[in-house]
Structure formats: structure tokens, C-alpha cells
Design a protein around this ligand. Structure first.
Ligand SMILES: [Zn+2]
Length: 387
């Protein structure tokens, strides 16, 4: 038996010994309302994690934002070159009061509670693996932990994505502890997202007395919504969803204002660049005379792409899984965005979705398989020993 194998057995055993602590921390992180809009809640989580990182020897900073949850950055070892980036987010999609409605619980080996899967479990996995590795004097690579406080809203009130991009430059590899999949897929590619609004301005009028002087902003946008959706091309890899439609005040007035919000997903940034002029043309077009439409970008989330080194990194993850006697992780491309995109924009090979495994994230039915909290922790520790 080689020394490294001995070390691994010891580390796996120590992770087993951490099980109770892991469940305790998981519960503590889930049982805080910290939706993206609840800055105080997210910042509370950030402080808690920052304190843990400090006890592990990390130098930490928080990038503070006025309206968004802070970004937490922790560094240990030589982070000037060949360092490892560990990514994640501290916010959830759930509104205040969710914790009181359905706090953390475990039933039949499944954990429930807001964000248990996406992605409090992943944070527990990362912190516990670091705790055990560092207790065994791990120093092979410098490590940067970067946790955003507003990932679920694509950082629209912060510049967290710039921090991730800047801090990732020069890294050897990045791992993101986002929602793990039950089919064992780990994510190497994610679609990009572009969210925009069109606001139409018309002219109000009384429907009984003076209907013909009205210019309906709603009618204008109904046409435009259809034009937008017609740009969807699933074969090419771009699709549009006019998911929100607002306008008008009462049924007896011609509406002078309407607004639509559209979510766009694309597999490749070039596809988005191609449709942007088309969206501008749709906005400029006039179906109802005298109306005016304004196009605005709400959020933009880059696509996560495979870069040179991604395939080798995946192989390393697969070999570590084999060593841990776990099912083989397979490469997966998914539609949902994550901060892994900004590591790949920095040119860093990145594997995403290494968190606890489960289903139905972003819903009240979200659950995570408790055993995978431990198995994924062993997997990640093994990856760190092998890389
Ligand atoms: Zn997430």
C-alpha cells in the first residue's frame, strides 16, 4: 500500500468522523432565510462561513455591496500560480418566511429545507473537505474560496462576476459545489442567459367616450412578444421566453403602458450576438401608431464553456470517483447558469455541480440525498489529493 493510499484512507475516515458536524452545519446554513433579496440574511451566512474559513487558516475579505449580498473571498497558501478555485453561492431563491414554513429536516435519508440542495449542502462539502485536508497539513496547491451572495439573481446589483473572473485568472482548476445531479452527471457546459425588458408607451383614453384617440401599449407588446418568441431556434441552441407581461390599470381605459420581460438561453455567445440587432429592430418597429418601445438589458449571465484542460480535469474527477468506489461521473451540459461561467471566461478548466445530489431545486419539493453529502466530500478531498 502506498503512502498516498494510506493518507487517503485516513482522510476518508476523518470525513466519516465529521458526519455529525456536517449535518449540524447543514441545518444551521439552511435555517436562515437568505433569498437573494435578503441582504442581511445572506451577509449573516457570509459571516458564519468567513469565521469557519478563518479558523482553518484562510485570509478572508468580503466585497461589500449596498443592495446585494456580499461576496466572500478566502485564500490560503500560494495563490499566485497553480492554485485551485472553489466556487459557490450563499443565497437561495426562497422568500422570507420559508424557513419558518419548512425548516431543515431529514426524512428517510432525504434532506429538505430551502436551499438544502442549492447549495448549502455543497458549501458544507467544501468546508469539511478543507477542514480535513488542512488538518493533515495539505499544502500542495494554494486555494481560493469565492462565494457569491447574489448568484440566483445573476449579480444584477453587484459586480460579483468581475471578482470571480479576476480572482480565477491563473488558476490550475476550478470546482463549483452547485446542485449535484442524481444521474451522476457533473457539469462542464452551461447555457448563457440574457434577460431583457421591452416597455411600450402609448396613449390612454376612455373606452366609452373617446376610444379612437387611445394607443394601446398592450396591443403593441402583444405583437412584439410574438416576434420575440419567433426567434427561438432550438436546433441552433437559442430560445426565448416572454415570461412576464404587465400593463394597463383598468379595463375601461386604453392602456398607455405595458412591459414584457423575457429570458433568453443560448449555448454559445455568438448566437446571442446574432440576435441582439434583431431585438433592437423589433423594439424599433411600430404596430400601433404613435407608440414607442424601449429595450433594456436586465441581466446577462455568460455561458460556461469547455476550455483546454476541461477533459483532463473531468478524467481526474472520474479517477477519484473510482478510487472512492463511487459511480462514474459523466460530463453533462445543462440549461441553468452558474458562476462557473466566469472561471471558464478566465480560461480555467472547471467542473460544476459537485455539490450534494438531489432534485427539484428552486421548488418547495427540493431535496438532497443525505448520503451524498458524505460521498461527495470524500470525492472532492480525493480530487484535491490527486490534482
Ligand atoms: Zn445554485
Amino acid at each position: 500500500m502506498s503512502d498516498t493510499l494510506l493518507d487517503k484512507n485516513k482522510i476518508w475516515q476523518q470525513i466519516d468522523d465529521e458526519k455529525e458536524n456536517m449535518l449540524q452545519l447543514w441545518q444551521e446554513l439552511v435555517n436562515v432565510d437568505c433569498g437573494s433579496g435578503n441582504k442581511a440574511g445572506v451577509d449573516f451566512i457570509a459571516q458564519k462561513i468567513e469565521a469557519i474559513l478563518k479558523t482553518l487558516g484562510f485570509a478572508t475579505t468580503q466585497v461589500e455591496f449596498e443592495k446585494a449580498g456580499n461576496t466572500l473571498v478566502g485564500k490560503i497558501g500560494d495563490t499566485s500560480k497553480d492554485f485551485i478555485v472553489l466556487l459557490g453561492h450563499m443565497d437561495t431563491v426562497f422568500k422570507d418566511g420559508t424557513v419558518a414554513e419548512r425548516p431543515f429536516k431529514i426524512v428517510d435519508g432525504k434532506a429538505y429545507g430551502p436551499g438544502c440542495l442549492d447549495m448549502k449542502g455543497g458549501i458544507v462539502i467544501m468546508l469539511t473537505a478543507l477542514k480535513v485536508l488542512l488538518a493533515n497539513n495539505y499544502s500542495k496547491h494554494g486555494i481560493k474560496v469565492i462565494l457569491a451572495g447574489d448568484e440566483e439573481v445573476a449579480h444584477y446589483l453587484s459586480n460579483a462576476s468581475e471578482t470571480i473572473l479576476a480572482e480565477s485568472k491563473g488558476a490550475l482548476a476550478a470546482f463549483n459545489f452547485e446542485t449535484g445531479f442524481l444521474d451522476q452527471g457533473v457539469v462542464t457546459r452551461r447555457k448563457g442567459r440574457y434577460e431583457f425588458t421591452m416597455e411600450a408607451y402609448g396613449r390612454g383614453a376612455h373606452v366609452g367616450n373617446d376610444p379612437q384617440s387611445g394607443r394601446s401599449a398592450i396591443i403593441e407588446l402583444m405583437h412584439k412578444g410574438l416576434d420575440i418568441e419567433a426567434l427561438t431556434d432550438f436546433d441552433k441552441g437559442i430560445n426565448f421566453n416572454v415570461g412576464l407581461f404587465e400593463g394597463g390599470t383598468v379595463s375601461n381605459a386604453v392602456p398607455d403602458y405595458a412591459k414584457l420581460t423575457c429570458d433568453t438561453r443560448y449555448t454559445d455567445y455568438a448566437l446571442l450576438e446574432e440576435v441582439l440587432p434583431k431585438l433592437q429592430a423589433i423594439a424599433a418597429k411600430q404596430y400601433v401608431p404613435d407608440t414607442k418601445t424601449v429595450l433594456k438589458t436586465v441581466t446577462e449571465f455568460q455561458s460556461m464553456d469547455e476550455v483546454p484542460g476541461t477533459a483532463a480535469l473531468l478524467q481526474l474527477v472520474q479517477e477519484a470517483a473510482a478510487e472512492c468506489n463511487l459511480p462514474q461521473p459523466t460530463a453533462k451540459a445543462v440549461g441553468g447558469g452558474s458562476d462557473s461561467a466566469y472561471a471558464t471566461v478566465a480560461g480555467v478548466p472547471t467542473i460544476c455541480a459537485l455539490g450534494v445530489q438531489g432534485v427539484r431545486n428552486h421548488t418547495a419539493e427540493e431535496f438532497a440525498v443525505v448520503d451524498t453529502l458524505f460521498s461527495r466530500c470524500k470525492l472532492f478531498a480525493t480530487i484535491m489529493l490527486n490534482i
